[in-house]
Design a protein around this ligand. Structure first.
Ligand code: MG
Ligand code: MG
Length: 280
């Protein structure tokens, strides 16, 4: 994936530039939240997003990245990540993970969000809620002098040890900045105190990919689409995250996405209004 060997420390000016790209991703995902409904083709979501990004002076980071042919990764139900937008029409009961990257002013932002369309089983709504919460547990560990493994452990402990979900191992979070994927890799499983040391000014994409069933995945013949081995659903949430002295800070935001999600009667936003009962 062209990972450089160097872990970059960003200046405040660079951080604010990355924040602009990350917030453009959030704005794009907010536009997605407004149009999601049963019957919409996922390719139409991709076309809307590409136009929105370009109209706002950005470039879709994923388009042509290692040959990826679309602006968004759209991953429905058992698709974990890297799903192709297509003529598939969303239907009531689907969950849809939308991953988006934007390149502007020389820097990338990267964020993902999983939406629920209509009537969703409680066990799947819980998967979404727990996966989203796990992003913030990871972000909290993105602080000066911690290690990558502290993020990894926080995500894995909560999603797997507390909730018993399958945590995907084949795909990981990453540094993000001038390149979409930079060092270090940020696995969603691991041990506290393991891995590269974190320094204030690093920027990491923290992105748990969490399965209702087995952690095992397989890649389809298109070379991109990753699905769960047991065909059970999978959730994916991601924040571009600034490593800070005491606690990481998301540079992307879910606030506007959540507001649009709540305002869209076709979406089931009930899952995140419940408090997470378990803390670590
Ligand atoms: Mg992403
Ligand atoms: Mg990413």
């Amino acid at each position: 994936m062209g990972l450089g060997l160097m872990i970059h420390i960003r200046s405040y000016q660079e951080i604010e530039t990355i924040r602009k790209s990350a917030l453009m991703v959030s704005a794009t995902l907010t536009e997605v939240a407004k149009i999601l409904r049963p019957g919409i083709k996922t390719i139409a979501i991709d076309k809307m997003a590409e136009a929105f990004i370009r109209d706002n002076g950005g470039v879709p980071s994923f388009l042509n990245y290692n040959g990826f042919p679309y602006s968004l990764c759209i991953s429905v139900n058992e698709v974990v990540v890297h799903g192709f937008p297509s003529d598939y029409e969303l239907k009531d009961g689907d969950i849809i993970s939308v991953d988006c990257g934007v390149y502007m002013n020389g820097y990338h932002g990267d964020s993902a969000y999983t939406f629920a369309i209509g009537d969703i089983k409680p066990e799947v709504l819980q998967l979404l809620r727990v996966t989203k919460e796990s992003v913030y547990l990871g972000v909290a560990q993105a602080r000066d002098n911690n290690r990558v493994g502290d993020i990894s452990y926080a995500v894995e402990h909560f999603t797997n040890k507390v909730y018993g979900y399958g945590v995907v191992r084949e795909l990981v979070g990453h540094g993000v900045g001038r390149e979409l994927h930079e060092e270090p890799q940020v696995p969603n499983y691991g041990r506290r105190g393991d891995g590269k040391k974190l320094k204030e000014g690093m920027v990491l994409a923290i992105e748990p990919m969490v399965n209702l069933g087995t952690k095992e995945v397989k890649t389809l013949a298109d070379g991109w689409t990753v699905v769960t081995a047991d065909n059970k659903p999978s959730a994916h949430f991601e924040h571009t995250t600034w490593v800070r002295k005491h606690k990481g800070e998301p540079l992307s935001t879910f606030a506007t996405i959540e507001a649009a999600e709540q305002a869209n009667p076709e979406l089931n936003a009930s899952y995140y209004s419940e408090a997470v009962a378990v803390s670590i």
